[in-house]
Design a protein around this ligand. Structure first.
Ligand code: ARG
Length: 464
């Protein structure tokens, strides 16, 4: 551990802090990653103190150049972290005092660690949102590329994991695209709520000094300032927003993972993943396992866990700041790191997918997947839908009994179910016919999928 240090709050105490307590209360091992933000925030605060006459210009220059040195020391790995200095804020202040003495002692005027940490965390979340949005866009572009390649490749669509109706792989992929688009929107909307500056709120009630909060906010590229000091130091909603948006996104990634895992199982064999994104078994030489996707699915638990963590941290806290809030870092950092990793892993996986077109198409014919088209055919012949459903249900039961596909039933046999059935039924029963009949807006017909891809391309190229 580093040299002996003096705690800034030491004045009131007559006994030294218990060594265990120093370790227990310290957050430096986690929050040292806020260093850039803390330095930036301190710079802005110092500039404002000079603007309102609390620091002289030469004092400000001293502070700014010392801050640069602290920054260099941290990024060159020379900084020694010390539990007795609790957190990044006290470390930086202590370094400044070591370097420039009394001038540095003025820096905390009108500032509390409560508004300081709230500011750092907002700055961190802001950057994290930008990274997440960028990563979502990368993933969306990979999805579009794959959807274009397989825009008319037929595959079974499932409900209850039973073959339901034929669709195209491009269509399925585009459903993923639009889920991600909503995820992206949620992060983008939340940005505005994070982007207000709490600095100047002090410990909880504001400051008696004539601080220029708007100036600080401008220096830190915030859109404005928070409205109420008590709220500013108590609020961790912006972290809940981030983790909750991450949780919804992870629910989607886990579902995409699950789909791909099922499709590449040897029993399904619809798709092949590249060796690069798979791993083997230590005992079964033949195995090629989709572990990357399983880990994305598994790490969904990490992020949901952090959502419960942050919700529980804020639950029933009395106003304003309590040390419970220090735990927000674990929740946020773990969530952000895991999420960004999973987004990269998903992009890699998507990029490596090859569709086994023939297998997927064959599978789409199973399970009487064109039965609804058959019913619609009768509806077009003026049979009420419920009656058509019944007729087709009986024909399917007949086919199951005789071990036939629907297109293997003879027209003569069909006539027993309905006199209205003609030779043209066989065209209706093909999976191609089925897919391309779904021309409703947003449907699986080739034309509609192409429209979706076109819209998607526009959405990922729009500048925000
Ligand atoms: N390390 C603390 C945190 O992360 C900083 C704020 C400390 N404030 C205090 N009143 N003890 O929350």
């Amino acid at each position: 551990m580093a040299k002996k240090t003096k705690k800034p709050w030491q004045g009131r105490f007559s006994k030294k802090t218990h060594q265990f307590v120093e370790g227990f209360t310290s957050s430096i091992e986690l929050d040292n990653r806020l260093a850039t933000y803390d330095i930036w925030g301190t710079e802005a605060h110092a500039k404002m103190l000079e603007k309102v006459g609390i620091l002289t210009n030469s004092e400000l220059r001293k502070v700014l150049s010392a801050l640069k040195k602290v920054e260099n020391k941290i990024y060159s790995g020379k900084m020694k972290w010390n539990h007795s200095l609790e957190d990044i804020h006290m470390h930086i202040e202590n370094e400044l005092i070591d370097m420039i003495g009394d001038t540095a002692k003025k820096i905390h005027t009108g500032r509390s660690r409560n508004d300081q940490v709230a500011t750092d965390m907002r700055l961190y979340v802001r950057d994290e949102i930008i990274d997440v949005v960028d990563s979502i866009i990368i993933l969306q572009k990979k999805i579009i590329k794959l959807a274009e390649k397989y825009s008319d490749s037929i595959m079974p669509g499932f409900t209850h994991l039973q073959v339901a109706q034929p669709v195209t792989f491009g269509f399925i992929l585009m459903s993923w695209f639009f889920m991600l688009e909503r995820d992206k929107e949620r992060f983008v909307y939340s940005f505005g709520r994070v982007n207000t500056c709490p600095l100047g709120s002090g410990a909880l009630s504001g400051s008696s000094h004539k601080l220029d909060r708007k100036y600080v906010a401008k220096l830190l590229d915030f859109e404005g300032i928070t409205d109420n000091a008590l709220d500013s130091v108590s609020d961790r909603d912006f972290i809940i927003d981030f983790i909750s948006n991450s949780s919804i996104l992870m629910s989607h990634l886990s579902r995409f993972s699950e789909e791909i895992i099922i499709w590449c199982s040897t029993i399904y064999n619809f798709i092949e993943l590249d060796d690069e994104v798979c791993t083997g078994s230590s005992i079964m030489p033949q195995k090629k396992n989709p572990d990357v996707l399983e880990l994305i699915r598994g790490r969904t638990g990490t992020i949901y866990g952090q959502l419960i963590n942050i919700l529980t941290i804020v639950k029933a806290q009395p106003f304003a700041y309590n040390r419970d809030n220090q735990e927000d870092k674990k929740a946020l950092f773990d969530c952000g790191d895991t999420l960004l990793n999973c987004l990269s892993a998903m992009s890699l996986s998507i990029d490596s997918i090859k569709l086994n077109k023939d297998v997927a198409k064959m599978a789409s014919k199973k399970g009487y997947s064109t039965a609804t088209d058959f019913a619609d055919y009768l509806v077009n012949k003026k049979v009420p839908f419920r009656d058509a459903h019944e007729i087709v249900g009986k024909a399917v039961a007949f086919a199951i009994k005789k071990n036939l596909d629907l297109n293997e039933i003879t027209l003569k046999d069909y006539k027993n179910f309905s006199k209205l059935i003609e030779e043209d039924i066989y065209k209706i029963l093909t999976v191609e016919g089925s897919v391309n009949s779904k021309k409703t807006l947003g449907g699986t017909s080739h034309g509609e999928v192409i429209k979706q891809i076109k819209k998607a391309k526009k959405l990922v190229s729009t500048k925000r």
